[in-house]
Design a protein around this ligand. Sequence first.
Ligand code: BES
Ligand code: MN
Ligand code: MN
Length: 456
Amino acid sequence: MENFVEYIENTKENTLNELFEFLKIPSISSEIEHKHDVRDAAYWLVDNLIKVGLNNTRLIETQGHPLVYAEWLEAGPDAKTILIYGHYDVQPVDPIELWESDPFKPFIKNGKVVARGSADDKGQVFVHIKAVEALMKTDGKLPVNIKFIIEGEEEAAFSHIDEFIEKNPDLLKCDAVVISDTEWFANNVPSICYGLRGISYFEIEVEGPNRDLHSGTFGGAIDNPIQVLAWMINQMKDKYGRITIPGFYDDVLELTQEERDNFLKLPYNHIEYIQDLSIGDTNGEFGFTTLERVWARPSFDLNGIKGGYIGDGQKTVLPSRASAKFSFRLVPNQESTDITEKVLSYIKKLAPPTVKVKVSALGSANPVLVKMHSTAIEACVDSFKQAFEKDVVFMREGGSIPVVETFTKVLKAPVVLMGLGLPDDNIHSPNESFSVENFHKGILASALFFDKYSKI
Ligand code: BES
Ligand code: MN
Ligand code: MN
């Protein structure tokens, strides 16, 4: 009889076609006009979770986009239980003109599936669904109990999964949480992530005169909202790349020498890094390496800015308003609620009386460090080694997955960040892609993981 390894190998083409179907659904959670597409993607998952043999599969309504739940508990009460989390929503596509093709018409280029959501996170979450299928179709059962909880609001400003987890700890009770929503250190370097940064996100509007003005008639006599905004933004960091908000670093956990040494052992190549980005050099907080800056130090970034005239030719205008979106990445042990308060009060203090400044907090997430030593991590290392035939490295990431902290706190189970993305996947950017090899071998790694974890 065919075993699961052969089954995965023999069904590759069909598996890829199914992923294509999932990727064709434009489930952009932050854009209201895609509300129904987000729901379609949730239903697509429900159908597929049922098809591979999971039970109790259902859509769970929230105040926002629905959650998808499924389980297979027939391994029995003595067997281990794995909870798999992922997200079926995707980022907006803009700037659309920089895509080589339609973001929702997946195709293969240079060994990668190109489409919005291919790596973040539809491709990665589908890996585990197909691993379940391979085991069910060949063994007729799973070696562990499995639960899936897949959300549709990870990329949106507000998410309802945390509330759901807090209210349903028994439903989600498990021995380990598995999440594939991170990237490897490099191509061919299977990596397990043990730390994520948090985030505090803001929106600001500066309102000056009650109408746009002639810059000759008024220029020099009144404050220009764009310049006030630019000045305020400039007050966020000093010339050493340190954030100047009072108390901002109070809770920052300093890196240990051991961790700094471990970062240095990773194959980081500065020349390749800057050439890949076509930049003259890196720049950041003084006294820290690039990996330290992005994984273990906080950062401040302007995410968008709006104001004034940017059409053809010149227009001598003194605009009446300007606005921006900006965010801070946070590191252990900063608390996003504390940082949000500190940022809001700093901005209120900065705001000059000549203009009206409105600032509001959008989404936030706390940073996390997951336990590096657990049986689940061991099983993950072994399955990565076997599936990819390479050694595994441990790394942190600069991105955020808000729900990880909630899982850790409420379920008190170890989280395994079993990412399959690659640094050149262009997540959140035009031409997002996911490695076909990582997709297929990821399915094998996931099935091996279920098997190894059941025996450990
Ligand atoms: N999968 C990413 C997080 C990620 C990115 C992990 C890069 C590792 C490397 C996730 O979908 C994401 O984009 N998170 C957002 C969260 C935010 C909207 C609260 C992020 O980090 O910007
Ligand atoms: Mn993601
Ligand atoms: Mn994302």
